[in-house]
Design a protein around this ligand. Structure first.
Ligand SMILES: [Zn+2]
Length: 150
């Protein structure tokens, strides 16, 4: 899923669970939970292929995605540090996958296989209509905002 959906979901967990270690673990696992649902993703092929000269649009999309997430958390949450911490923790799995593209090694490659092949099974191997692939993310964002506000 896009970073925005992951960040908001993690932040919502941070807003809902008052036990810090538990909130951090759930925010991390929540990333994989959301990725189980079929979804659309924008392409960062140039980053994946280390095609740095052409990767500015890819980095811009990631930056925009991330910034909108921060703004929504700022606007809709009570802004406790735990909310931001959990929002960032929810991005760690994608960070690990990004690291495996740039610095491949056994551990990061294993994580990448589990994350992008197994967890993304419904996205990669099944062709769900685009409507459902967008709806899953819209729902994740709406549910997260409701939890953030409460
Ligand atoms: Zn992911």
């Amino acid at each position: 899923m896009i970073l925005l959906a992951h960040m908001l979901f993690g932040a919502a967990i941070g807003a809902s669970i008052k036990n810090l270690p538990l909130a951090i673990i759930l925010a991390f696992l929540g990333h994989y939970f959301l990725d189980l649902f079929p979804h659309v993703e924008y392409d960062i092929e140039n980053i994946k292929n280390k095609n740095w000269k052409k990767s500015l649009p890819d980095f811009s999309r990631v930056f925009l995605d991330f910034s909108i997430g921060i703004i929504i958390i700022f606007l809709f949450s009570k802004n406790q540090p735990i909310i931001y911490v959990c929002g960032f923790i929810a991005l760690v799995p994608d960070g690990l996958t990004l690291i495996s593209y740039v610095f491949p090694n056994k551990v990061s490659n294993l994580h990448d296989t589990i994350h992008t092949q197994h967890i993304h099974y419904l996205t990669k191997k099944k062709r769900f209509p685009i409507f459902w692939r967008i709806l899953t993310q819209v729902l994740a964002v709406i549910v997260s905002i409701i939890l953030l506000k409460s």
